[in-house]
Design a protein around this ligand. Structure first.
Ligand code: ATP
Ligand code: MG
Length: 560
């Protein structure tokens, strides 16, 4: 029985009832069934968390990973590998239950033969255009195919010849014989097998006929003993066909299909076809470009698996289609990183600051807190000297009211160090400030006797002589509108030209030079960053911004 303290939803309620009623001997078996025709995205994460999550909440519950590889045209082995890696990375385990629909090609063929023998399937010679035309559109009934009443013997012989490759693609198909007048178009003698002379990533050239999704899916579920076949809403209209196929055949179990609303996320696209278009068009640097909503992209950008799981549990599972605000995903990332990421100082747009009354060649070390949310993370020593870098944004020559950072005559605290006062600026020929001059108050060192003196602003810094230079990439939304596919015109017109900003002259605290690929830190006052696993080299980590510190979601939530 499921622990009643766990959060529930309508799917878990259905599963609970089935278990209580003793259906399937009380077992719960789910599956996550990706087609290996692209990388997984955050929408798939919702399905993974749901399927693996539900199974894990029951004694002995299991979730299969099944590759739905019935369309050899778009499927590739490298996608199989990436999907396995992504599911594991998210933190789930199929416990050896790894399957491929292509493992069942022989069985599926036998099932099709059985349907023919029962007079429930026929070989049709209509072209695909004709089939569409004959099908019609509800409420008007469709027309029956002239080949519908072929004898069982003829159908068996033709289907066998289709299998042997005697016909060309499109010349013939196998169709279920159901009801051309059905109000459900999927029940109007749907195609269940087609000829494809395409090599398959696992069965190579063995097959010339391939089962259609609707035929393969329900039977794969039944063969594997799936108890609850959870899928997205667009399959609701396919459910009668799912039921029909299982009812005609002698199958080991009859899974229950349950539909839920897919995840739509604002400011991105989620269909694999569109994502592939971005990859092939060179709009992004690949499936794992940190701007992509793919799990590979999000991993490279620095999202933690826990933050994605938390996001999925927050959005919940419903029957209503909607758009989820990407700010909620970013909020989940911050929430997790706030606890786990150590703080470091980094200046992204450097401005020189010289402390004129600080000894020329002296260096001292100040003590910096690694993570105020996790005292056990301890402290570190950060070098401080006469010449520093601060953010350009933290200085204004002519500040507006309420600007509490540095400007001529004003004082700020340099985080973990001293209070400084701006006395002067140095400009280049164009009048741009290229250096800020300050004096410091030696009595005000953090942790010292004069530390209590308060000023309104605190800014971060790095020591110029000790900093190391590297590249930092700031990522923003891939699109400028919430739903690029819901607008007139080409969705690619709404790509955000500023989705990537590369900063080449960033100055980082020396401790960061040793950061390893995948390491996540908070740059104080700036955001959360992750060492890029592809473009970094030893001693020169390159950083990706995961999220900024500004939490639009928390603000929105606060206003409600
Ligand atoms: P896409 O539309 O992105 O190409 P798909 O549905 O064709 O996705 P599959 O590989 O067939 O991709 O999906 C595997 C499983 O993930 C299916 O059960 C599918 O319903 C589910 N899934 C796909 N996209 C989403 C989504 N956005 N939200 C929730 N579940 C999803
Ligand atoms: Mg699909």
């Amino acid at each position: 029985m499921r622990n009643t303290d766990l959060p529930s939803d309508f799917i878990r309620e259905i599963v609970d009832e089935d278990v209580k009623a003793g259906k399937n001997e009380g077992k719960v078996v789910t599956r996550f069934p990706p087609e290996p025709n692209g990388y997984l995205h955050i929408g798939h994460a919702k399905s993974i968390c749901l399927n693996f999550g539900v199974a894990s909440e029951y004694q002995g519950g299991i979730c299969h990973l099944r590759f739905d590889d019935t369309n050899p045209c778009a499927e590739e082995e490298r996608y199989v590998e990436s999907i396995r890696e992504d599911v594991k990375w998210l933190g789930f385990d199929w416990q050896g239950n790894l399957f491929f629909a292509s493992d069942y090609f022989d069985k599926l063929y036998e099932f099709a033969v059985e349907l023919i023998k029962k007079g429930k399937a026929f070989v049709c010679d209509l072209s695909s255009d004709q089939i569409r035309e004959y099908r019609g559109s509800p409420p008007a009934p469709g027309r029956e195919s002239p080949y519908r009443d072929r004898s069982i013997e003829e159908n068996l012989a033709l289907f066998e010849r289709m299998r042997r490759g005697e016909f060309d693609e499109g010349e013939r198909v196998l169709r279920a014989k159901i009801d051309m007048a059905s109000s459900n178009i999927h029940m109007r003698d749907p195609v269940i097998y087609r000829i494809l002379k395409v090599s398959h990533h696992r069965t190579a050239d063995k097959w010339k006929v391939y089962p259609m999704y609707d035929f393969a899916h329900c039977l794969s579920d039944a063969v594997e003993g799936i108890t609850h076949s959870i899928c997205t809403l667009e399959f609701e209209v396919h459910r009668p066909l799912y039921e029909w196929i299982l009812a005609q055949l002698d199958v080991p179990c009859h899974p229950r299909q349950i539909e839920f609303a897919r995840l739509n996320l604002s400011y991105t696209v989620m269909s694999k076809r569109k994502l592939l278009e971005l990859v092939n068009g060179g709009v992004v640097a690949g499936w794992d470009d940190p701007r992509m909503p793919t799990l590979a992209g999000m991993r490279r950008r620095g999202f933690t698996p826990a933050s994605i799981r938390n996001f999925c549990s927050r959005i919940g599972v419903t029957k209503y289609d909607g758009m989820t605000d990407v700010a909620l995903l970013e909020h989940s990332a911050r929430e997790d990183l706030n606890k786990s990421a150590e703080r470091r100082m980094a200046v992204l747009n450097p401005l020189r600051l010289v402390i004129t009354n600080y000894p020329e060649d002296a260096t001292e070390e100040v003590e910096a807190v690694n993570n105020p949310e996790a005292p056990e993370a301890g402290t570190r020593r950060v070098p401080f000297s006469r010449v520093l870098y601060i953010e350009q944004d933290d200085f204004m020559e002519e500040p507006p009211k309420k600007f509490h950072r540095l400007y001529p005559g004003n004082e700020v605290r340099l985080k973990y160090a001293y209070i400084v006062k701006c006395t002067d600026v140095v400009k280049d020929e164009s009048g741009r400030v290229i250096e800020v001059r300050c004096t410091y108050d030696p009595e005000t060192r953090s942790g010292g006797a004069g530390a209590a003196r308060k000023v309104k602003g605190t800014i971060h810094w790095v020591s110029a002589a000790h900093a190391f230079d590297t590249q930092v990439r700031l990522y923003d939304r891939l699109f400028t509108v919430e739903d690029p596919t819901d607008t007139e015109g080409d969705w690619k017109e709404f790509l955000n030209p500023e989705s990537l900003e590369v900063l080449e002259t960033c100055k980082l605290e020396p401790a960061l030079s040793g950061a390893a690929a995948g390491e996540r830190v908070q740059f104080e006052r700036v955001g959360y960053f992750c060492v890029d696993a592809v473009d970094s080299s030893p001693g020169r980590p390159v950083f990706n911004r995961i999220v900024s510190l500004k939490d639009r979601w928390a603000k929105l939530a606060g206003k409600r």
